[in-house]
Design a protein around this ligand. Sequence first.
Ligand code: ATP
Ligand code: LTN
Length: 326
Amino acid sequence: MKRILTGLKPSGELTLGSLIGGIMGTIERQEEYESFIFVPDMHAITVRQDPKVLRERIRKNVALYLACGVEADKNIIYLQSENLYHANLSWVLECNTYMGEASRMTQYKDKSSKKENVTVGLFTYPILMASDILLYDADYVPVGIDQKQHVELARNIAERFNKTYGDTFKVPEPLIPKLGAKIMDLQEPTKKMSKSDDSYKGVILLLDDEKTIRKKIMSAVTDSDSKVYYDPENKPGISNLLTIYSCLKKISMDKTEEHFRNYNYGLLKKEVADVVVETLSNIQRKYNELISSNEIDKILDRGREITNKIAEEKVREVFSKVGLGR
Ligand code: ATP
Ligand code: LTN
């Protein structure tokens, strides 16, 4: 059985973008693949986090995975920080990654140019991500377009390591959704909807209430034309709303365009808001049941046990090939 692996950082509240670009791809494939879904909490501390808030978010993330439709018995769900092998392997991979290739990561360039006090962790972040993936010999990694370059780095590291030390890692493939790989900010539709934004005005959070969701969608930035059709270049706002509708309804863009052909912008927004509210209220109902239950701990204990065994074996093999230890 092929393996699929993905993670959503607990660095902010999860958004509609994290659902469509990150988690939906895994949910759709959970029947046919062996899936590994984890919370990359160590990735979250590349920027300063409030420890109490971070801990709460980790739990929230797991509850949201489950509420979104990840089934606990069909998937292995775990926390990155509960498996010390992630950071162990990451060190060896860092020593097999060149400054040049790590420096080319556009997310690092973007994020570091906007911040002061940039940490070394923000720079080495993609190598820890490579470790997350390579530890488990994942075949596929469903991610949004922003993470594609990181998965490519993981591929390069794996190929180089295999060439130098002999076959050790599976070379993973990114799985980018054809539609919805980049859900845009509703206020600035040329920019990714991001949970680490300062303002959540254009960002739909998975736990937003109905009134907030409707308000955000009804005030989404559009254009001065009045026709509804998909053209991300010239009509980014409208195209983003159509994409959200099409992904959540699981219908093609052709069918979506057809459906909205004679709509005005106000009516389009209302119907998009209806489908978002319906999707998120179902998720929130399940989330509320789960968040205070002890089911989450049971699931994470099982995940910790399974993944530690797999990872230990891989790290032993790597250490031995590199010549570490006795
Ligand atoms: P940030 O929002 O802080 O930049 P992130 O969105 O990269 O972080 P995650 O929530 O961990 O962080 O992302 C989880 C997955 O969801 C990744 O595969 C990412 O590519 C995808 N994703 C996140 N935002 C979007 C978006 N707006 N559109 C499509 N996919 C997204
Ligand atoms: N870098 C990703 C989160 C992440 C991830 C991973 C995704 C960390 N490790 C491994 C897929 C596979 C992000 O910022 N969204």
